[in-house]
Design a binder for this molecule. Structure first.
Ligand SMILES: Nc1ncnc2c1ncn2[C@@H]1O[C@H](COP(=O)(O)OP(=O)(O)OP(=O)(O)O)[C@@H](O)[C@H]1O
Length: 348
């Protein structure tokens, strides 16, 4: 790596801390900046979602962390250890799935893990424990080829647990899974975090990771857009909105728009109402639903339903990228308080 001194000195309070990471790929057409001066801070203990759309640089970042590709610049630490320089001294504390591991289709899940345990010197006594941790004990003796995709993915997670690592890194572990499989992986990750592990999980489906993550980093086009506890991002990052059911939705929309609110009609004749976007760089305006009922009542329009819609991370992302396009992305990423200790993740 070059230029490793340019970035600020990392602090020592995170399971993973990367500062000023940059990676440019050479392509036929020239150069592709995949990661642009990215900071990534993963508090120890809990599930940390590493989120961004396809092509935003998540895999590239994870590969740099694991020493699979080199960074152009920046600094990275895992458990206070400078990587990739000192990776060998910390590698046993990390378990990762970046690509789909190869298992023997005709062997059982248990047999596959026993072979792997032998190969990495983990001791076959670990196999029962890890099967249990991912909820595969009952199907341990079935052939791998009979497993559902979700079970295959849980076996891959079990393999990463053989050496009982403290940090698990999973790159898009739910890709291709059905809702039941996604639920199982989420439960597995939650269980690991509740036992004191740190789980770093990347995904392009923000709303899905929102259900399990304690903290997140959201990136777009290789850059940090926001980071922090999920609850804080949700409360600060996107304005609240309300679903309004009212007679004469067309007239109601005009009244609310004239009252300075942003209104979107829904196909079911309800209206989605939120405060109009604040000016560039300004925080979202506080929003009292009484503004809706008062404005409509003045015009003889009476509200039948008023349902608050909780923003999700997808909306946070959209509002952050909209600000960026407006050139208004002054967002100081939401800061962390003191990092949580192991096992102190918020249960979801
Ligand atoms: N080996 C490579 N050579 C050239 N460009 C690459 C290479 N790997 C990734 N890229 C480009 O770098 C950018 C970031 O890719 P990366 O795979 O890190 O994103 P990602 O967030 O993990 O996306 P996905 O969710 O699709 O895996 C993309 O524009 C991608 O096309």
């Amino acid at each position: 790596m070059t230029d490793m001194t340019a970035a600020a000195e990392p602090s020592t309070t995170y399971a993973v801390e990367a500062l000023g990471l940059r990676k440019t790929y050479r392509t036929r057409g020239g150069r592709q900046v995949a990661v642009a001066d990215l900071d990534l801070r993963v508090p120890a203990g809990g599930v940390h979602g590493f989120l961004g759309p396809n092509g935003s640089g998540k895999t590239t970042t994870i590969r740099m962390l694991l020493g699979l590709i080199s960074a152009d610049s920046g600094r990275m630490r895992v458990f206070d250890t400078e990587v990739p320089h000192h990776l060998p001294s910390v590698v046993d504390r990390i378990g990762a799935i970046v690509e789909q591991p190869k298992f023997f289709p005709a062997f059982s899940g248990k047999k596959n893990l026993e072979l792997l345990a032998q190969a990495i010197g983990a001791g076959s006594g670990q196999v029962g424990r890890v099967l249990d941790e991912v909820g595969l004990t009952e199907r341990a003796r079935s052939k791998y080829r009979t497993y559902s995709l979700g079970m295959k993915q849980r076996l891959a997670i079990a393999a990463t647990l053989l050496k009982d690592p403290e940090l698990l890194i999973f790159d898009e572990p739910t890709n291709g899974l059905d809702p039941a499989g996604i639920h199982e992986i989420r439960a597995t990750m939650r269980g690991l975090a509740d036992r004191g592990k740190t789980v770093l999980v990347s995904s392009h489906i923000l709303s899905e990771v929102q259900l399990v993550a304690d903290t997140v980093t959201i990136i777009g086009r290789g850059r940090l857009l926001a980071e922090g506890p999920v609850a804080e991002l949700l409360s600060r990052g996107a304005p609240a909105s309300f679903r309004v059911v009212v007679a004469e939705p067309g007239r109601a929309a005009a009244v609310l728009t004239a009252g300075g609110l942003a209104v979107e009609p829904s196909p079911d004749q309800s209206l989605m109402v939120r405060p109009a976007p604040a000016g560039p760089g300004l925080p979202p305006t506080p929003f009292d639903p009484a503004r809706i009922t008062e404005a409509l009542a003045r015009e003889g329009l009476y509200v039948r339903e008023l349902v608050p819609i909780r923003p999700d991370l997808e909306q946070v992302f959209l509002s952050l990228t909209a600000e960026e396009h407006l050139g208004a992305h002054s967002t100081a990423p939401i800061a962390y308080g003191p990092p949580p200790g192991p096992g102190q993740g918020g249960a979801r």
